[in-house]
Design a binder for this molecule. Structure first.
Ligand SMILES: NC(=O)c1ccc[n+]([C@@H]2O[C@H](COP(=O)([O-])OP(=O)(O)OC[C@H]3O[C@@H](n4cnc5c(N)ncnc54)[C@H](OP(=O)(O)O)[C@@H]3O)[C@@H](O)[C@H]2O)c1
Length: 338
């Protein structure tokens, strides 16, 4: 396979975590890191085995294929656009930008220069989210009627994170977007440190909560015509979901008589009856466990590598329009919470 040469912009702790993920993405070369400070770049390069420690200007003159932009959100637009103008693909940390207008400028630059661009919304690439979203899209659980998602942690310095909706709400909004697409309407209450939003789609409702003050449940619940599905915490890197089926059970099959224990014992060799007994007795909610590999960041890096090798300009899992629509929701919520 073609090796993809990676450049990293910014030497904060998320870049360290991402590089650990990158090392688990086959065919990735850790080519160059850029920092505002040459000594920090050299330290980072030594830590992870990068060939070059550079400034942003120097990075853009190298032959890196893609730059991971891991600077603070107010810098994303300028940094991503500079990379795209230099002919580099970009993977931009979440939130994609500070607001929808800046997000649009990034997307426009990617389209103008014909370069790959994707938001590093790593949650969407975890095996659990991919499997669950695929099941929902294929109608396995019937039509989605409601979705709830939350992400919140107490932060010692909330002001440094911009706002709860920009820093953490984007995960919950991106998740409900992955399930139901762009919302028709949104209403929100809150402020910089806490926000709660109600969303409306045709035939479905959503609730999104985020906080820099409170430890929320950090999970998601999807209600469908036939099931209640609990995507277990943490929302940014989920690894399991439980599917509680709601369809009527039908009459008790022969051979599944008695109390829970007796009935289960009598049907051990008959899986279809075993399922009936488990549901009838409320014994088990089938749980799907799909661990993320390593620290969870490899999945998004693998997606970028695959897209670049295949000549795709966008990811089918995290397309630019999805990032723009999520940023529009962020803006709408931020306006109501101002
Ligand atoms: N996916 C995740 O799990 C995850 C986790 C945490 C953060 N993030 C995202 O990652 C991004 C960075 O967040 P962070 O909290 O790590 O930010 P940060 O620590 O404030 O900044 C990250 C790096 O960007 C560079 N930088 C900082 N301020 C800059 C400026 N004014 N101009 C140019 N470069 C600057 C610095 O690297 P140099 O000093 O080397 O230039 C810094 O180490 C954000 O978008 C955040 O939402 C994602």
């Amino acid at each position: 396979v073609r090796t993809i040469r990676w450049g990293i912009l910014g030497t904060g702790s998320i870049s360290d975590d991402f590089c650990e993920g990158l090392k688990a993405a086959p065919g990735s070369a850790l080519h160059a890191v850029a920092s505002r400070d040459p000594e920090r770049a050299r330290g980072f390069a030594r830590r992870h085995g990068f060939q070059h420690a550079l400034s942003l200007g120097e990075l853009l003159k190298t032959d890196v294929d893609v730059v991971y932009v891991a600077t603070p959100p107010p810098q994303h637009r300028a940094h991503a656009v500079a990379c795209l103008e230099a002919g580099k693909a970009v993977l931009v940390e979440k939130p994609f930008a500070s607001d929808a207008a800046e997000a649009k400028e990034i997307a426009a630059a990617a389209r103008r220069h014909g370069r790959f661009c994707m938001e590093a919304m790593w949650m969407r690439f975890t095996p659990a989210v991919r499997a669950l979203v695929t099941e929902l899209q294929h109608g396995k659980h019937g039509r989605v009627t409601r979705v709830e998602a939350s992400l919140g942690f107490p932060h010692a310095d909330p002001a440094s994170r911009g706002s709860a909706v920009l820093d953490l709400g984007v995960y919950a909004l991106s998740f409900v977007h992955a399930v139901l697409g762009p919302a028709r309407a949104v209403k929100a209450l809150g402020g910089l440190e806490d926000a709660s939003a109600l969303l409306q789609w045709d035939g479905a409702q959503g609730v999104v909560q985020c906080s820099l003050k409170s430890a929320l449940s950090n999970d998601a619940v999807i209600h469908t015509e036939r099931a209640r599905i609990h995507l277990e915490a943490p929302l940014y890197r989920p690894e399991s979901y439980a599917v509680q089926e709601l369809v009527p059970l039908g009459p008790r099959p022969a051979g599944a008589e008695g109390g829970a224990k007796a009935a289960l014992k009598s049907v051990t060799q008959r899986p279809e009856l075993r399922r009936w007994v488990q549901r009838a007795k409320g014994l088990a909610v089938p749980r799907v466990t799909l661990p993320a590999s390593g620290n969870g960041y490899a999945h998004e890096a693998i997606e970028v590598n695959d897209c670049l090798r295949g000549g795709a300009l966008e990811s089918g899992v995290m397309p630019l329009d999805a990032s723009l629509q999520v940023m529009e929701l962020v803006d709408a919520i931020a306006r109501e919470c101002a």
